[in-house]
Design a protein around this ligand. Sequence first.
Ligand SMILES: Nc1ncnc2c1ncn2[C@@H]1O[C@H](COP(=O)(O)OP(=O)(O)OP(=O)(O)O)[C@@H](O)[C@H]1O
Ligand SMILES: [Mg+2]
Length: 529
Amino acid sequence: MTHPASEPNPPAGTATDATNTPEPILATAGVSKTFPGVKALQCVDFRLFPGEIHTLMGQNGAGKSTLINVLTGVVAPDAGTIRLAGEIVAFASPQEAEAAGVRTLYQEVNLCPNLSVAENIFAGRQPRRFGAIDWPDIKRRAQAALARLDVALDVTRSLDAYPIAVQQMVAIARALSVDARVLILDEPTSSLDDSEVAQLFKILRHLKQSGIAILFVTHFIEQTYAISDRITVMRNGEREGEYLARDLPADQLVSKMVGHERMSARLRDAAREGHADREGPPCAQAAQPFVELRGVGRRGTLQPIDLDVQPRQILGLAGLLGSGRTETARLLFGADRADSGTILVEGRPVKLRSPRDAVRHGIGYCAEDRKKEGIVAELSIRENIVLALQARRGWWRKISRQRARDLADLWIERLGIKAADADQPIGLLSGGNQQKALLARWLATDPKLLILDEPTRGIDVAAKFDIMDRLLALCANGLSILFISSEINEVLRVSHRVAVLRDRRKIAEVAGQASNEDNIYRLIAGSGE
Ligand SMILES: Nc1ncnc2c1ncn2[C@@H]1O[C@H](COP(=O)(O)OP(=O)(O)OP(=O)(O)O)[C@@H](O)[C@H]1O
Ligand SMILES: [Mg+2]
């Protein structure tokens, strides 16, 4: 370790007591955890104070979620102690931690998609009256819990009727629905849009005021500074240091995350600005588009849309959640059937009745919801990576073990997937590394058009830059990409042109000078041309 652990600071943003030595509400001393082939945590000292918002930062696989799992009884540490309000604790399960007032929203949302919203909020602790479940009461309380988040939903509808961002708000409502001393949120904002993030932050600040200690994980630098009093940086399973947010400039934060030796000038500049540079790739001349949508729509889902993706180009899709981004992707991939218009591939009309048809035409789709449509948790990393390629070849033409191993190794190395062993179940990878494996799956099919729906969700800043550069390089070699992201600056960075969607229709297409953040926000808001 290159950097000495910093000295204790008084908690930021809280009134310190008379002795000026406040006690952490939750702390670890010398906590270690080894999984087969990985030292996930190495002798970690960590402390969380009442009334502070404390952000855990680090690259994918740095040990953030593992630390949370150790704190909340999901995994037992191999060594070290945990104290809650000064008392040594060893939670045997997350339920025990909850009972002690430690509420957690884990990185992979664990809700039941086919239960109602209300049941999800109160699952396992339904209010009862005379021994029977009191449904009217549950409904009322669920609505109240959501109202605190300014979310109004029909709580009797099943959860999967709502988009992921809304499901995420439901998960947050669940975590907030009982009294907590400590609230832990592992990447709660990765599928929220700007206004939802602002809403969540308002609530977190309010909770902090009431003395609750909040531990937060995010990969968004801007969010970190918007909300944090204190930052703990993790690197390779070690605690690199603990800082007051106001004492740690963003470029230093990033350099501590990646290690000084890996800090490129470009990454430093981007970190300082808090976002990627915005020039975007140069505009190439129009050629025969690889794919064209002519009046393609689906009743109730997407107004007829015209769109074309040029060879060697990235077309960005910008718009708010629910604007029709994912719906466009699904029609183009044959996951939903269009009921109007024509799709042309290389100038020839095609029928995309199923993803199979799309894959046969060289189209790949890296879906937004990695859990539902993405990874197969019990298959190995290698099997997950070759899955789409195998499906395209047909299951009767099995890819040889050797070829599968070579392909998986190639992409693990190219995308920097942090895995002890490609034969491990993919479910054991950290969240960001699962996302990279999903991307690898589609890149391994050598597609002509790749549809990427929120491809950088949960991926750390440094890896994000690598991945975007890699996408641009693949484009130079002939790939076309449809790039969907809520991060407008990311869309602008990689896209040659940007189509803007609003209310399930395309309202504009911008390139060159016009593709700047202000203009796109104006278009999305309905006030610009
Ligand atoms: N149950 C497990 N079995 C084996 N390895 C595991 C398990 N859980 C985590 N790991 C490994 O421990 C390391 C730390 O993972 P962790 O999930 O804590 O990372 P993280 O910092 O949360 O990353 P991310 O930003 O991608 O979510 C990773 O290499 C991961 O693959
Ligand atoms: Mg994690």
